[in-house]
Design a protein around this ligand. Structure first.
Ligand SMILES: NC(=O)C1=CN([C@@H]2O[C@H](COP(=O)(O)OP(=O)(O)OC[C@H]3O[C@@H](n4cnc5c(N)ncnc54)[C@H](OP(=O)(O)O)[C@@H]3O)[C@@H](O)[C@H]2O)C=CC1
Ligand SMILES: CC[C@](O)(C(C)=O)C(=O)O
Ligand SMILES: [Mg+2]
Ligand SMILES: [Mg+2]
Length: 351
C-alpha cells in the first residue's frame, strides 16, 4: 500500500493484491455493456472463471459469446457464482437484484461499480453476504482498451458489508484482475463514491463540459463565424487541451499554450465560470447529497423517461452534431492511419 502520509486515503497497487482471493471462484458478470464487457473479458484473460448473465433474447449475447465467454441467464449465473458483479444500468439493478437474491448464498459477494442503489436504499442486500464496490474511474471501453495495452485504469474500492472478513481482499483481487491495480485503487465508501461520481458527471465531466461547449459554439455562430471554425475552436481542440491537463496537470497545459492564451484564459475563465456557476454547482451537490436528484431519476424512470428522451433528442439535433459529423468524416483518414500503424506494430511484435 502506498505510504498513507502521501494521500488522505489508502491507495493500493498490484503488490497489495492477492489473486488467491478469487482464484478458485466463479464470477458472474451481469450485463455486457460498457463496464460489463470490460470486466468480463479482463477477468477472463486474467485467469478468472467468468460467466456472463444476460436476460433472455439479450442483444449482447452474441458479442459475449464471440468474445469467448460463457453466457447464462442472470439467475443461472448468480446461482453458479461466488461473486456477482452487477453491471446493468443503475435503474435496472433493483429488479435484477430481486431476481437473483435467492441465489446468493452465505459467503457470496454482491459487487457494484457504482454505489447509487446501496447509498439511496434502492437495494437492501440480504445478510450473510459481502457487499463491495470496484469502480473504475473511466468509461468501460477504456477499461478494456487500457487492459489490452498492458496499462491500468485508476479505480475505487469500498466495502459495505463484510460477513466473511475477506471482502476487501477479494475486491482488491478483482480490481487487479480488471487492470485497476496497475494504475492504483483508492479506498473509499459507497457514500463518497456515489456523491462525488454524480456531482462530477453532472457539474463538470458530462453536464458542465457539454453545456460549455454548446454555449461557446452558439456564441461564435450567432456572431457570424462559420460553424466549422466554431466546432474546431470549442470542441475538437478541447480534447487536446484536456489531454495536456490529464498528462501534466494545469501547469503543463498552461506551459504548452501561448502566453496570450494563458493570460486570456487566466483572466477570462473565472468571468465565464463565475461565482454564480459555483453557487449552481453547490446546489447540484446539495441535490445529490439530500437524495433529491436520485428521487427525480427514479421517478423519471418509473414514468418511462419522458424528460430524458426529450433532452436527448434535443442534444442529438443540435447543429454542432451535424457539423461535427461532417468534419470528423474529413479526418477519418487520421484514425485509419493510426489503426494501420497499430496493426503493423502488432505484426512486427508477433514476428
Ligand atoms: N458506463 C461506464 O463507463 C460506467 C458505469 N459505471 C457503473 O457501472 C454499472 C453499469 O453501467 P454501464 O456499463 O454503463 O451499463 P450499460 O448501460 O452499458 O449496460 C448495458 C447492459 O445491461 C443489460 N441490461 C439493460 N437493461 C436490462 C434489463 N432490464 N435486464 C437485464 N439486463 C439489462 C444490457 O443487456 P441487453 O443487451 O440485453 O440490453 C447490456 O448487457 C452502473 O452501476 C454504472 O453506474 C461505473 C463507472 C463507469
Ligand atoms: C463520467 C460518467 C461516469 O460516471 C463514468 C464513465 O465514470 C458514468 O456513470 O458513466
Ligand atoms: Mg464515474
Ligand atoms: Mg457515474
Amino acid at each position: 500500500m502506498t505510504d498513507d502520509t502521501e494521500f488522505t486515503q489508502p491507495v493500493y497497487h498490484e503488490e497489495d493484491t492477492n489473486a488467491e482471493y478469487i482464484a478458485d471462484k466463479t464470477v458472474a458478470v451481469l450485463g455486457y455493456g460498457s463496464q460489463g464487457h470490460a470486466h468480463a473479458q479482463n477477468l477472463h484473460e486474467s485467469g478468472v472463471d467468468v460467466v456472463v448473465g444476460l436476460r433472455e433474447g439479450s442483444a449482447s449475447r452474441s458479442a459475449a459469446e464471440d468474445d469467448g465467454l460463457r453466457v447464462a441467464t442472470p439467475v443461472e449465473a448468480a446461482a453458479e457464482a461466488d461473486v456477482v458483479s452487477i453491471l446493468v444500468p443503475d435503474t435496472v439493478q433493483p429488479a435484477v437484484y430481486d431476481q437473483i437474491e435467492d441465489e446468493l448464498e452465505a459467503g457470496d459477494t454482491l459487487q457494484f461499480a457504482h454505489g447509487f442503489n446501496i447509498h439511496y436504499g434502492q437495494i437492501e442486500p440480504k445478510g450473510g453476504i459481502d457487499v463491495t464496490m470496484v469502480a473504475p474511474k473511466s468509461p468501460g471501453h477504456l477499461v478494456r482498451r487500457n487492459y489490452e495495452a498492458g496499462e491500468g485504469t485508476p479505480g475505487l474500492v469500498a466495502v459495505y458489508q463484510d460477513e466473511t472478513g475477506d471482502a476487501k481482499g477479494e475486491a482488491l483481487a478483482y480490481a487487479s484482475a480488471i487492470g485497476c491495480a496497475r494504475a492504483g485503487v483508492i479506498e473509499t465508501t459507497f457514500r463518497e463514491e456515489t456523491e462525488t461520481d454524480l456531482f462530477g458527471e453532472q457539474a463538470v465531466l458530462c453536464g458542465g463540459a457539454t453545456a460549455l461547449v454548446k454555449q461557446g459554439y452558439e456564441v461564435l455562430v450567432d456572431a457570424g463565424y462559420s460553424p466549422e471554425m466554431a466546432y474546431f475552436e470549442v470542441l475538437n481542440e478541447l480534447k487536446l487541451i484536456v489531454d495536456l491537463m490529464y498528462e501534466g496537470g494545469l501547469t503543463e497545459m498552461w506551459d504548452s499554450v501561448s502566453d496570450t492564451a494563458e493570460y486570456g484564459g487566466l483572466t477570462q475563465g473565472p468571468v465565464v465560470v463565475d461565482e454564480t456557476a459555483r453557487e449552481n454547482m453547490e446546489e447540484v451537490l446539495e441535490q445529490v447529497q439530500n437524495g433529491e436528484f436520485a428521487q427525480e431519476w427514479i421517478t423519471e424512470n418509473q414514468a418511462n423517461r419522458p424528460k430524458y428522451k426529450q433532452l436527448r433528442a434535443r442534444e442529438e439535433n443540435h447543429d454542432i452534431e451535424e457539423v461535427g459529423e461532417r468534419l470528423r468524416e474529413l479526418f477519418a483518414w487520421a484514425e485509419e492511419e493510426s489503426e494501420d500503424e497499430e496493426e503493423v506494430a502488432e505484426v512486427s511484435a508477433d514476428d
